[in-house]
Design a protein around this ligand. Structure first.
Ligand code: AGP
Length: 606
C-alpha cells in the first residue's frame, strides 16, 4: 500500500517527510516524492527506487520550507518511474494518493476533452487534474466536487499553490490520520510515520476533509458541515503500529483479504456484470482459439493455478496443464502453436517462474502473467499482465496473494468461457455476482478465529498431520499443508482423499490428526467414506465443511462449518481456516511466524 506523510510547522518539512516516509518503508514501495512550499511556490522532487534515491536528488536542492507532503508509491496503475511517482502536480496544486480510482479511464477521457494533457500512466494524475478542473479558489469545495465524480478507494493529501502553509486531506475507504503537535501538525496514512513527533491524532472518517495549518485543524463532513473530532492517543510503539495493531504481519494480511479481493475484483467487473480485463490491455478474444493452457508457478501460486485448472476446464472446457516451474523448465515441455501460458507469481521475481516464462516465449507461446508487484520482472517480460491489488505482502507465508490469485482464476475462467461460447452472459453475470458476494462470506469466516485458534493450539506437540480433499478441495488441502509446514514446522502431507487407500493410509494410526476439506457438496458422500476409513484406523478427524451440509457427526471428531453459498467458491472460505490454523499453530509452537526459518519471501535463485 502507498504511504502518505504531510507536515506543516516550524521544522524543515523535507526532513520530517523523509523521516516519516522511512517509517512506512515496511509497507513496500517502488518510488517516492515530496512537494513543499518554497518561497511560496510549490516545489516537487520525485524519484523511482528507494527513499535514499530521493534523498540524493534532494541534496542538490536547498529546501527550508515548513510545509509539505510526501509519498511512497506501491505501483498499481503504471510502472514504477519518476513520472508515475507521486506527488502529481498541476499549476494549481500538488496531490498524493493512497488507494485505487476505479473509474479513472472515464474521468481521464473527460478531462482530455477539456484540454488536459496527461504525462503518467497513473489513476492518481486523473484525480489531481479533476480537482484542478473543479478548483475555483475554494480548496474544500473543489475536493468535494471532484469526489462526487471519482469512484474507488482513496486518501488524498493536497497542497494548493495559493494556500501556502496549509494541507488539505480527504479520506474515502483508505485510512488517513491528522496528528496534532505543538505549533505543528501532521497528516499520515499510518501511525508509524509520525509516532516520534506525537501520539495525539484525529482518525478521519469517510468523506471527511481536514484543513491543516500549524496552528489548527478544522474538519468538515461530506456536506461541508464542521465536525468536532475527538483526540485519540496512540498507545502502540512503531513496530506495533506497522502491523496495524496485529501481533504479526501474517495475521494482519489474513484479515486484509476481503479488502484485497475487492480491490482486485472490482476494477475487472464491467458495468454489465461481466469480466472486463481491458484496463490490463487483455484482448477480449485472447482465449478464443487457444488449444491448451499451461499454468506455471511455484508454491502457493501453483496451488492457485491448480484451482485455475479446475475452473478453466469446467467452465471453458479448455485443456489445462499445471506445472511447478522448477520442473517445467527441465522437462522439455511440448509447446506448440495455439497454446498459451499463464505464469502466476506474487513477487514477480521467482527465478524458476521467470525461467519458465522465458522458455514459453522462446517457443512462441504467448504468456499472460498474474502478478502482485508492479514493474517486476515477470510483469515486464510477460506478453500480458493482470495485476492483483493485494498491496504489499510482508509475511513470508503467502495468504492474501493466494486469495486474490484465485479470485482472478474465477474471473479469467468466466471470461474464457464467454469467449469460447461455453457459458451464457446470463450465467456469467450470476456466477460473478455470487463470487462478489463471497467477499462477505470471507469476512464471516474470519469470525471463526477463536474456534480455529483452539484447534490449532491442540497441534502444539503434533509431529505429523494429514490434509485430505477431493477435486478443488485437494488443491486447497495442498495449500493448507504448505502453510502449516512453512510457519509451524509441523510435518504435514496433503493427499487426494481417494488416494489414501493406495498406500498413505498406512501412516494413519491412533490420534494422527487428519484435516478433511469438504466444501464440495457433490463429493461429500465420498469424503465421508474416506473419513470413515481414517477413523477406522484411529485417525483424529477435523472435518471442514458447509454450515448446511448434512453430516453424520459420528463420522468425525471435530467439525468446522463455513458459511458456504455456491460451493464453487468454497475454497475462498476454506483457505481462511487453513491460513489461520497454520498461523495459530506457529504461535503455539513459538515459531517466527512472519520470517520462518530457511525461507525467503521471494526465491530469486534456482
Ligand atoms: C508461500 O507461502 C511461500 N512463501 C512460497 O511457496 C511462494 O508461494 C513461492 O515461493 C512463489 O512465490 P511467488 O508467488 O512470489 O512467485
Amino acid at each position: 500500500m502507498c504511504g502518505i506523510v504531510g507536515y506543516t510547522g516550524m521544522k524543515n518539512a523535507a526532513q520530517v517527510l523523509l523521516e516519516g516516509l522511512s517509517n512506512l518503508e515496511y509497507r513496500g514501495y517502488d518510488s517516492a516524492g515530496i512537494s513543499v512550499f518554497e518561497n511560496n511556490a510549490l516545489y516537487t522532487v520525485k524519484a523511482k527506487g528507494r527513499l535514499a534515491d530521493l534523498g540524493k536528488k534532494l541534496e542538490s536542492h536547498v529546501l527550508t520550507s515548513g510545509c509539505g507532503i510526501g509519498h511512497t508509491r506501491w505501483a498499481t496503475h503504471g510502472e514504477p518511474s519518476d513520472t508515475n511517482a507521486h506527488p502529481h502536480i498541476t499549476t494549481k496544486l500538488s496531490l498524493v494518493h493512497n488507494g485505487i480510482i476505479e473509474n479513472y479511464n472515464q474521468v481521464k477521457e473527460f478531462l482530455q476533452g477539456k484540454g488536459y494533457v496527461f504525462e503518467s500512466q497513473t489513476d492518481t494524475e486523473t484525480a489531481a487534474k479533476l480537482i484542478d478542473y473543479c478548483y475555483q479558489g475554494d480548496p474544500e469545495a473543489a475536493i468535494r466536487e471532484a469526489t462526487k465524480i471519482l469512484e474507488g478507494a482513496y486518501a488524498f493529501c493536497i497542497l494548493f499553490a495559493d494556500h501556502p502553509g496549509t494541507i488539505y486531506c480527504l479520506r474515502k475507504d483508505s485510512p488517513l490520520i491528522v496528528a496534532l503537535g505543538e505549533g505543528e501538525n501532521f497528516v499520515a496514512s499510518d501511525m508509524p510515520a509520525i509516532l516520534r513527533f506525537t501520539r495525539n491524532y484525529y482518525l478521519l472518517e469517510e468523506g471527511e476533509i481536514a484543513c491543516v495549518t500549524p496552528e489548527k485543524v478544522t474538519v468538515t463532513g461530506p456536506d461541508g458541515s464542521p465536525i468536532e473530532k475527538k483526540v485519540q492517543v496512540a498507545s502502540w510503539n512503531v513496530e506495533q503500529a506497522q502491523k496495524g495493531g496485529f501481533d504479526h504481519f501474517m495475521i494482519k494480511e489474513i484479515y486484509e483479504q476481503p479488502t484485497a479481493i475487492h480491490s482486485t475484483m472490482h476494477p475487472r467487473l464491467g458495468h454489465d456484470g461481466l469480466p472486463d480485463f481491458s484496463a490490463s490491455d487483455i484482448p477480449g478474444d485472447l482465449f478464443q482459439n487457444v488449444t491448451k493452457l499451461n499454468i506455471i508457478a511455484c508454491g502457493t501460486a501453483m496451488h492457485a493455478g491448480m484451482l485455475g485448472k479446475a475452473l478453466m476446464e469446467k467452465l471453458a472446457r479448455l485443456p489445462v496443464e499445471v506445472d511447478m516451474a522448477s520442473e517445467f523448465r527441465y522437462r522439455d515441455p511440448i509447446l506448440t502453436q495455439g497454446q498459451m501460458a499463464l505464469v502466476i507469481s506474487q513477487s514477480g521475481e521467482t527465478a524458476d517462474s521467470l525461467a519458465a516464462l522465458r522458455l514459453c516465449k522462446q517457443a512462441g507461446v504467448p504468456v499472460i502473467a498474474i502478478v502482485n508487484v508492479a514493474g517486476s520482472s515477470i510483469a515486464r517480460e510477460a506478453d500480458y499482465c493482470i495485476y492483483t491489488y493485494a498491496g504489499p505482502e510482508i509475511a513470508v507465508a503467502s495468504t492474501k496473494a493466494y486469495s486474490v490469485q484465485i479470485n482472478l482464476m474465477y474471473m479469467l475462467a468466466v471470461s474464457c468461457a464467454l469467449q469460447r461460447g461455453t457459458m451464457t452472459e446470463e450465467a456469467a453475470r450470476a456466477y460473478l455476482a455470487e463470487l462478489y458476494a463471497t467477499i462477505d462470506r470471507v469476512r464471516q469466516t474470519l469470525d471463526l478465529a477463536d474456534t480455529i485458534k483452539e484447534y490449532a493450539q491442540g497441534l502444539k506437540e503434533v509431529s505429523d498431520l494429514f490434509f485430505i480433499g477431493r477435486g478443488i478441495d485437494y488443491a486447497l488441502a495442498l495449500e493448507g499443508s504448505l502453510k502449516l509446514k512453512e510457519v509451524s514446522y509441523i510435518h504435514s502431507e496433503a493427499y487426494a482423499a481417494g488416494e489414501l487407500k493406495h498406500g498413505p493410509i498406512a501412516l494413519i494410526s491412533n490420534n494422527v490428526p487428519v484435516i478433511a476439506m469438504a466444501t464440495q457438496r457433490d463429493l461429500l458422500p465420498k469424503m465421508i467414506s474416506n473419513i470413515k476409513e481414517v477413523k477406522a484406523r484411529g485417525g483424529h478427524v477435523l472435518l471442514i465443511t458447509g454450515e448446511d451440509y448434512e453430516v453424520d457427526l459420528s463420522c468425525c471428531d471435530q467439525i468446522m462449518r463455513l458459511p458456504i453459498g455456491d460451493d464453487a467458491f468454497g475454497p475462498m472460505l476454506g483457505v481462511i481456516v487453513l491460513q489461520m490454523l497454520a498461523y495459530f499453530a506457529s504461535i503455539a509452537r513459538g515459531c517466527d511466524v512472519d520470517k520462518p526459518r530457511n525461507l525467503a519471501k521471494s526465491v530469486t535463485v534456482e
